[in-house]
Design a binder for this molecule. Structure first.
Ligand SMILES: *[C@@H]1O[C@H](CO)[C@@H](O)[C@H](O)[C@H]1NC(C)=O
Ligand SMILES: *[C@@H]1O[C@H](CO)[C@@H](O)[C@H](O)[C@H]1NC(C)=O
Ligand SMILES: *[C@@H]1O[C@H](CO)[C@@H](O)[C@H](O)[C@H]1NC(C)=O
Ligand SMILES: *[C@@H]1O[C@H](CO)[C@@H](O)[C@H](O)[C@H]1NC(C)=O
Ligand SMILES: *[C@@H]1O[C@H](CO)[C@@H](O)[C@H](O)[C@H]1NC(C)=O
Ligand SMILES: *[C@@H]1O[C@H](CO)[C@@H](O)[C@H](O)[C@H]1NC(C)=O
Length: 676
């Protein structure tokens, strides 16, 4: 009897459970069949792909984003336009065009900020048309390094400065697949009219500096919870410089570009116009110059310098100039020779207007040497008459040079004669400066090709001292437009990206998507770094420049043994992509890029005291990035506890009724049996 009762109760329970389970699973996604716990998890939690905003620190505080504590954040998702009076923290779904207003409001309205659990940002190329402009950087980026007084000048008219604030909640830019994952879960909710459920986002973006309570660079470096921003710059020369013989050194013509950009979101900092267009133009020029037959008659030494960390306090250029002072190995061959002139290639991706590509030459000062560079640019333009290129001198009413690496050169030596080539005159034409929207579709490759053509011929004119526009050697220098096109796709697209053939010919990239964020400096900074600590783009540039500037082009007979070459003037290239690698004669070197206020000692970073003879070190914020373990975002549907309670009450009721029913049945049966 007792057994029978027990069975009935358990059947009733099972019925209740069965009535709940399918419902529960259907909330989470298409059910096919659930066979294991991981399957169940996959149905319930949807991993969302995207790009995080992370925590950065300086000497006086923090910027960027982090979970507020040491735990995950879970908060229901709501669209910004549906936000009224929130009682509990929510995940706000913000579109790119709402970003500026939203983050400005967060910074000024503390009660609004306290209701934000996390932020998901929805964006895409269509916002470039929709938006008049969006730049999370300042009106005068890095004004504290300016060599002139007028730091109120507005170079960047779309500036909102929102990337320089501190947000105590996670912020995540959704990728295309991330957007569909979130939209799918939200649209399901509409269909269900789900009153008993809510869609939540779970953020795992805990920063170690938050965990450890280290809230500035000095404290976090001491505790080892962060690392300095930086990386490896690369330089190379045509022709190679013999380090052993220091006689016959010619004055240097230095061509400069940068490889790093920034944005609100760490790994979505393409910087297509600023600065990658300039980098690609310089590489296109080096490629064109590499096809010139004879360099022995050049009167000047051509040196190409590609800097990193420029976005975070001109780390690359300042460190390069510092290494020159120190006569270190990283700049061997350069340090005893005067730099006669510097030509920087800045943003050159948006020069096209109508049929004409227009570029502006901004000079550091009036001198015979800057006049010489401006003349060379004019001669180059004339020699390219059929290409519709116009080089103009920048407006003399400008307060000085625009934000560029030349600022570091000027602060180091105010007598520097230098010119920076840009696609703008009095203010940026790039409406998306330092934003995730400065991508491939923001620039026009024909503008980059035009700039590369001018730069290649200008460098040749400067180095050869030949001022004849109809010179046949000059006329034979042609930039390869399809090479520029390919390079832009390698450095600015996530799909093929760094796994394009051009890059794979030189290195084995660790990532496909080129983030173009400077990154952090790992291990001990060195002129011969452990290559695992050098970024993909730096390694590619090193191999590419060594190949293009080598005098033994095409001579593959000398194979490196174990990645090294026996002759001192040789370097081993393509060692990652080919098993053996090739020895070529080239002067190509890495220069570490990190703050001049930092010193690495026995595995730890320390901050050097301020030195008044290093005027840029005095204003250096010394940026560091917090360490973090994992960054993950999931979305899923949860039931409200009210619903769970209702199910429990229903279950108990059914059980009780069943029990009463059994008792009733038992008494009836007993009665019937007795009557028999
Ligand atoms: C350092 O970060 C703080 C934010 O905590 C900011 O107010 C300050 O301007 C930053 N310093 C520099 C030089 O950028
Ligand atoms: C440079 O050129 C400008 C205008 O072309 C001229 O006025 C100036 O005297 C020149 N300066 C030098 C030092 O040659
Ligand atoms: C680049 O310019 C050419 C010529 O004006 C134009 O046909 C093309 O659409 C432009 N491309 C982009 C991406 O703007
Ligand atoms: C131009 O570049 C393309 C693409 O990188 C390459 O296939 C072609 O061989 C190059 N042409 C010359 C003349 O170097
Ligand atoms: C190629 O390398 C071999 C062996 O190192 C050398 O004998 C030859 O002269 C080189 N050829 C050229 C064109 O440099
Ligand atoms: C300050 O910098 C100058 C020039 O780089 C250097 O010679 C000097 O030793 C530095 N002083 C200190 C205290 O580090």
């Amino acid at each position: 009897m007792a057994m029978g009762l027990l069975r009935l109760v358990s059947i009733a329970f099972t019925l209740v459970l069965v009535s709940i389970l399918p419902l529960h699973v259907s909330l989470a996604g298409e059910i096919t069949s659930i066979e294991s716990v991981p399957d169940l998890q996959k149905l319930m939690y949807v991993a969302v792909d995207g790009y995080p905003c992370v925590r950065l620190l300086n000497l006086s505080g923090e910027i960027g984003c982090s979970n507020p504590g040491i735990n995950k954040v879970v908060a229901p998702i709501i669209k910004l336009k549906d936000v009224k009076d929130l009682v509990q923290p929510h995940t706000i779904l913000v579109t790119a065009d709402e970003m500026e207003d939203f983050f400005t409001r967060v910074s000024s309205d503390l009660s609004f900020a306290s209701k934000i659990g996390g932020v998901l940002v929805e964006s895409g190329s269509n916002f470039q048309q929709k938006l008049k402009g969006f730049s999370p950087d300042k009106k005068f980026p890095q004004a504290q390094f300016s060599p002139y007084e007028n730091v109120e000048y507005k170079w960047n008219s779309a500036a909102s400065s929102i990337m320089w604030n501190n947000y105590n909640f996670p912020v995540y830019l959704l990728s295309e697949s991330g957007i569909s994952a979130v939209q799918e879960i939200l649209s399901k909710k509409k269909m269900k009219h789900g009153t008993y459920t809510s869609d939540v986002a779970e953020f795992n973006m805990v920063m170690e500096t938050t965990k450890a309570g280290t809230h500035n660079s000095e404290a976090c470096l001491q505790e080892g919870t962060c690392l300095p921003l930086g990386g490896y710059s690369v330089w190379s020369s045509i022709p190679p410089i013999s380090v052993s013989s220091s006689n016959n050194r010619k004055p240097i013509v230095l061509a400069v570009a940068s490889m790093d950009s920034a944005s609100f979101f760490r790994d979505k900092s393409f910087g297509a116009d600023s600065p990658i267009s300039g980098l690609v133009a310089l590489l296109g020029a080096v490629d064109a110059l590499s096809r010139v037959d004879d360099f022995s008659n050049l009167k000047k030494q051509l040196v190409f310098l590609i800097l990193t960390g420029e976005t975070w306090g001109y780390l690359g250029s300042r460190r390069f100039l510092h290494e020159l002072d120190l006569h270190s190995d990283a700049v061997a061959g350069l340090s005893d020779t005067p730099i006669e002139t510097v030509l920087e290639i800045g943003s050159v991706g948006k020069g096209l207007s109508g049929e004409i590509n227009t570029f502006f030459a901004h000079k550091t000062r009036v001198s015979s040497v800057t006049n010489m560079t401006l003349d060379a640019l004019k001669i180059a333009q004339e020699s390219l008459a059929s290409k519709n290129i116009k080089i103009l001198s920048a407006d003399t009413a400008n307060p000085g040079i625009p934000p560029s690496s030349l600022m570091a050169f000027m602060r180091k030596n105010p007598q520097t004669s230098a010119v920076v080539l840009e696609d703008f005159d009095t203010k940026f034409v790039n409406k998306f400066y330092h934003s995730h929207l400065d991508d491939l579709s923001n620039i026009n490759s024909s503008s980059v090709v035009a700039a590369a053509s001018v730069v290649a011929r200008t460098l040749y004119i400067l180095a050869s001292d030949n001022k004849d526009a109809s010179n046949s050697a000059l006329g034979s220098i042609h930039v390869n437009a399809s090479f520029i096109e390919e390079l832009l796709n390698c450095l600015l697209a996530c799909e093929t990206g760094l796994s394009c053939n051009l890059v794979k010919d030189y290195i084995s990239p660790t990532n496909t998507c080129p983030g173009n964020y400077a990154g952090v400096i790992l291990g001990e900074p060195s002129s011969k770094p452990y290559l695992g600590y050098v970024g993909d783009v730096s390694r590619f540039l090193w191999n590419f420049l060594a190949d293009k500037t080598s005098v033994q082009k095409g001579n593959t007979t000398s194979v490196c043994s174990k990645g090294v070459c026996s002759k001192t003037d040789e370097v081993c290239i393509k060692a990652e992509s080919n098993k053996e690698g090739t020895c070529v004669v080239s002067t190509t070197r890495y220069v570490p890029a990190y703050s001049t206020r930092l010193k690495y000692n026995d595995g730890a970073w320390t901050i050097l005291p301020q030195n008044s003879s290093d005027s840029m070190g005095m204003v250096d914020p010394v940026w560091t990035e917090s360490n973090w373990d994992t960054i993950r975002v999931h979305v899923y549907t949860v039931q409200h506890s009210a619903y769970d309670n209702a199910v429990l009450v229903a279950g108990i009721t059914v059980t009780t009724l069943a029990y009463i029913g059994i008792l009733a049945a038992k008494s009836i049966i007993t009665k019937a049996l007795k009557q028999d």
